[in-house]
Design a protein around this ligand. Structure first.
Ligand code: F7E
Length: 366
């Protein structure tokens, strides 16, 4: 039985990767931060909590000594480093913390591998944010980097450090440069899930429009479930290498919102431009989307489009889920959650004790 260690199990990719590795028969050790122990909802969602081959381990990425002890205790043959401060917007507010967690912490794990067992295969989650102000279209493994956020800069440090350990110490450092990948398990601070949960709320009658930032940013969005298959394949390759995982299709935030409203059976019409743009219901004219400058970033990445040809050729990896299917999947999951919570709160109020209901009845009658 192979043993893997995943850092960042409470995130979207950690949950899907754990599911994949357990399905393949691995023993999986998975780390989480003490303060994120309440975010096991994704593991519950996938039915992984209590799995006999999944062991959750508390770990602080910033502590080099505990990285060594972690590897000595788990003895993995593969380490998947997914833990990071992953919100680009937050990285402008907390650049130092982001640099430590997303950048420097990766060095701690690489050093621990060098000390404990240099044969461990290490996966580093690099990001399309490293392309930032993209120097060519589409972006490939050879495109020069130009990060536009503290997050992108930190990821670039970790990226080069992994290559450096590959070349200096012969460590199997496999790298995936992942473009945006989404799912019903995405956190609702990211724009796709913010949109699909807003669509669910609005389609169930809520009146408060969705407040978004830059609607004209373009992203190459795929399904996270497809991408973890690529991540696994990167560590099974004959030699350590760097691969772009992307769909080769790019779409604006505005168009993602249009598709998501359509998935809930609602048409949206767009009016105005820039900070004054808004989207209204095609049938009733009620406001569905307004632009809110608070969600703009100090520096924006305007356009990302990845070419995954190398991953197709060498790893035989291809994204299988179209953007339309992804939108439908995410909207359906959010509609389900929203109607369950509406049903739950109305069941809770109708289950109020008899005397309270009687009082409400009397008050409204008088
Ligand atoms: C590859 C990369 O992918 C992700 O980073 P991201 O692209 O920044 O993702 P996002 O969903 O936060 O923003 C996408 C775009 O949408 C725009 N946008 C408009 N209005 C809102 C808005 O209201 N909220 C947010 N969050 N974004 C908005 C925003 O300005 C940006 O242009 C992370 O997984 C990251 O870890 C990673 O590695």
């Amino acid at each position: 039985m192979k043993t893997a260690l995943i850092t960042g199990i409470t995130g979207q990719d950690g949950a899907y990767l754990a599911q994949l590795l357990l399905h393949k028969g691995y023993k999986v050790y998975a780390t989480y931060r003490r303060s994120s122990s309440s975010s096991f909802w994704r593991l519950h969602y996938l039915g992984l909590i209590g799995h006999e081959r999944l062991e959750l381990v508390e770990h602080d990425l910033l502590d080099p000594g505990s990285a060594v002890r972690l590897l000595e205790a788990c003895r993995p043959s593969e380490v998947y480093n997914l833990a990071a401060q992953t919100f680009v917007g937050v990285s402008f507010e907390q650049p130092s913390l982001t640099s430590q967690v997303t950048g420097l912490a990766v060095l701690n794990m690489l050093e621990a591998i060098r000390i404990v067992d240099p044969d461990i295969r290490f996966y580093q989650a690099s990001s399309a944010e490293m392309f930032g102000k993209a120097q060519e279209v589409p972006q490939t493994e050879d495109t020069p980097f130009y990060p536009r956020s503290p997050y992108g800069v930190a990821k670039l440090y970790a990226h080069w450090m992994t290559i450096n350990y590959r070349e200096s110490y012969n460590i199997f450092g496999g790298i995936g440069i992942l473009f945006n990948h989404e799912s019903p398990l995405r956190g609702d601070d990211f724009v796709t899930r913010k949109i699909t949960s807003g669509v669910a709320r609005l389609s169930l009658g809520d009146k408060e429009p969705l407040r978004l930032g830059n609607l004209s940013a373009y992203r190459d969005w795929g399904f996270a479930g497809d991408y973890v298959e690529g991540i696994w394949a990167i560590l099974q390759a004959d030699k350590p290498d760097t691969f772009v995982l992307a769909t080769n299709v790019t779409t604006s935030v505005r168009e993602f919102a249009t598709k998501s409203f359509a998935a809930a059976g609602m048409g949206i019409e767009w009016h105005g431009e820039g900070a004054h743009e808004r989207g209204t219901c095609a049938k009733t004219g009620r406001p569905l989307v307004v632009v809110d400058r608070r969600f703009y970033r100090p520096a924006e990445v305007d356009f990302l489009l990845g070419n995954p040809a190398k991953a197709g050729r060498i790893l035989n990896w291809r994204p299988r889920t179209s953007l339309d299917d992804l939108c439908r999947m995410m909207v359906a999951a959010d509609l389900n959650r929203a109607s369950l919570s509406t049903a739950f709160s109305s069941a809770a109020s109708s289950a109020a004790p008899e005397p309270e209901r009687a009082i409400v009845h009397q008050l409204s009658a008088s």
